[in-house]
Design a protein around this ligand. Sequence first.
Ligand code: PLP
Length: 381
Amino acid sequence: MIYLDHNATTPVDGRVVAVVEEHLRARFGNPSSGHRAGREAAEALELARRQVADLVGAEAREVVFTSGGTEANNLALKGAVAALGLERLIVSAVEHASVRAPARWLADRGVAVETLPVDEQGRVRPADLEARLAEGSPALVSVMWVNNETGVVQDIPALAEVVRRHGSWLHTDAVQGAGRLPLVWTRLGAHLLSLSGHKLGAPKGSGALVVDRSLDVEPLLHGGGQEDGRRAGTENVPAQAGFGLACALAQAELDDRRRHWAALRRHLEAGLEARLPGVVIHGRRAPRVDNTCFFSVPGVDGEALLLALDERGFTVGSGAACGRGEPSHVLTAMGVEPTLAYGALRVSLGVGNTREEIDRFLDALVQETERLRGFAAVAGR
Ligand SMILES: Cc1ncc(COP(=O)(O)O)c(C=O)c1O
């Protein structure tokens, strides 16, 4: 199998597997226990917390471990709205379901939820946010750093400046950016930042919400006083230890990884444009994370192409991990016409991909596109 869907999930790095296994087998104490086994587990957890904090340039005490990006986004939205007593939430039109759904949940409970549009490249305009915040009460604003479908990077520092000037708060979902772009959380300027382990070589079920030390969040889970009272429940030490190591590795290897992805994507996109006339690469004129290419092949159904490629051993994405037969809400928000949006495919590269794999993928893509177009012609479409 040639795996090209790393924005959905990444394989777990072998070095991370070794650490997780050690904690599962030998160092299984409960980090809240006072004896030696417990203390060892607590030390492992605190090492991981420092490693996560270092990746984002935060303080260790600002890191709250969660079960992943979904929980981090829920805790950010529900937890901050409750703790700050806010009645207003503003989210961008291109957020992941794990932001959109808690926003709907809050709307059902009386919070005024507004949606910020994006331009045709998928970017939120700071002026649009400025106009919103100039009127009405302070709000929690949630704009993702890197979009999971297009890879488009938002100008979070500019948005944070607007938010802070208006006495409001900013959450950013950094799940697709952490480990792929240099990240200094104080420079981004957000108050809350979500991370997920399985997007950067750690196990599923690991992740964190980084919470500015000036801010409280109301916990989603009540119980013991774990995570400084911000998230009850015995921590998943093996997974979080793996997450910590994956963050340290991502930080140490970031430049090499970025160069690798950028070279492969240049090769991929040159091949797409040379061999598939009319191909549209979404968000191409915006800053994008190096590993992602989201493109549409006119006249071909993206889902059919995805399945045909899967049959031949190539794993790609069709945008959000959905398969519900609806055009992507991200492309719709960018004003992409439905016929093109239905034809969208996402290639998201990982550290292990090679140039030869991209060549083989391009050959298969061109053949399957021609085959599907042939069917469509015969069917008289
Ligand atoms: C942008 C973004 N946010 C949040 C999530 C959810 O993360 P998790 O799978 O760790 O719950 C994802 C996963 O696809 C994502 O791409």
